[in-house]
Design a protein around this ligand. Structure first.
Ligand SMILES: Nc1ncnc2c1ncn2[C@@H]1O[C@H](COP(=O)(O)OP(=O)(O)O)[C@@H](O)[C@H]1O
Ligand SMILES: [Mg+2]
Length: 307
């Protein structure tokens, strides 16, 4: 769609929601609303609540720009409502959103399609805790359907492992246990068919790239593009693009990767609705590829509306 066509459309920016990541979504939403308004576009800000289905017809929007994070907004639920209401929306579709939000299904697909991912197993809340691990400590324990590192524990001892399971079970009834991959924290944004420059994240606050490192001011440093040699960069980008593809993603996503000391990229997960504040990772990667924040927002709309 060209600029004039888009200027005539009403863009509903969906933000907020009621997941544990609501606060982050409020910021992503505000950043997108501000940029679109400054660009002269018609915007309807929509703080999504449980009455969204009832209200959707009243908003009179032509396009939905989704900046929700976490369950309901990022897992295919809102996407299905928008499909039903016949409103075109940004980002991944129903199935890929649901698959990417579910770390267990994602890892099954990664294994099947040979996308390198840390070794893993699942513990159900109802079962007795496992008395022996398949791989040695440290391990990472995480809820299988959250984001923002909520409920994630790096456990070095049996006691920490048990506490980690308890923490994960506060969120979900299944916990994913992974082998800890030392090395670098990387993330790779995919925009349409393009893989953006790799970002290296240096956590400054927090124990690892946890909630505090992610969101506290000065919590982490982004190095864009990551200082990796060309071959390694290419390997990381290829693995990320493949992870995006095997989950059936479209338009945009951000792939979290651990790069081991021997330079193997282990894919952790695909985020189908990455943070969109002006200092978030995806906008940083886009800037390194020459796109301003508003240009990124418009690009996301245009790529998403292409069938
Ligand atoms: N297997 C692992 N090895 C090392 N660090 C990990 C591993 N899994 C997760 N982490 C750390 O925890 C963070 C959050 O985990 P991730 O799987 O990306 O879940 P979330 O959806 O919460 O972001 C990662 O960015 C990384 O710093
Ligand atoms: Mg992550």
């Amino acid at each position: 769609m060209n600029k004039n066509q888009l200027l005539r459309k009403t863009i509903g920016v969906l933000y907020g929601g009621w997941s544990a990541e609501r606060e982050i979504s409020l910021k992503s939403g505000q950043a997108v609303i501000k940029a679109l308004k400054q660009g002269g576009y018609k915007v309807v800000p929509i703080d999504v609540d449980r009455n969204f289905v009832k209200k959707i017809g009243n908003y009179k929007i032509d396009i939905a720009f989704n900046t929700l994070h976490g369950p309901f907004g990022e897992d295919g639920t809102i996407q299905a409502i928008l499909e039903t209401a016949n409103i075109p929306y940004t980002g991944c579709g129903v199935l890929s959103s649901a698959l990417a939000m579910n770390k267990i299904f994602s890892k099954e697909l990664f294994d099947y399609h040979k996308v390198l991912t840390p070794d893993w197993f699942v513990v159900n809340k109802s079962e007795k805790k496992p008395n022996k691990l398949v791989f040695p400590f440290p391990v990472v324990v995480k809820p299988f359907m959250q984001g923002s590192a909520l409920g994630v524990t790096i456990a070095k001892t049996k006691k920490e492992f048990e506490t980690g399971l308890k923490t994960a079970f506060k969120y979900d009834n299944q916990a994913l246990v992974e082998k800890f991959i030392p090395g670098k924290e990387l993330t790779v944004a995919i925009l349409g068919e393009k893989t953006l420059p790799v970002i290296e994240i240096i956590p400054i606050k927090g124990k690892f790239y946890d909630f505090k490192a992610k969101y506290a001011s000065g919590g982490s440093k982004h190095i864009v593009p990551a200082k990796l040699d060309k071959k390694v960069t290419q390997k990381v980008q290829e693995a990320s693009y493949k992870a995006f593809k095997v989950l059936g993603c479209r338009a945009l996503a951000r792939v979290d990767v651990r790069l081991s000391p021997d330079n193997k990229p282990y894919v952790l997960e695909v985020n189908t609705l990455p943070g969109l504040t002006e200092t978030s990772l995806l906008p940083d990667a886009a800037r390194a590829a020459g796109l301003s924040f508003l240009e990124l927002v418009i690009e996301i709309i245009n790529i998403s509306l292409k069938k």
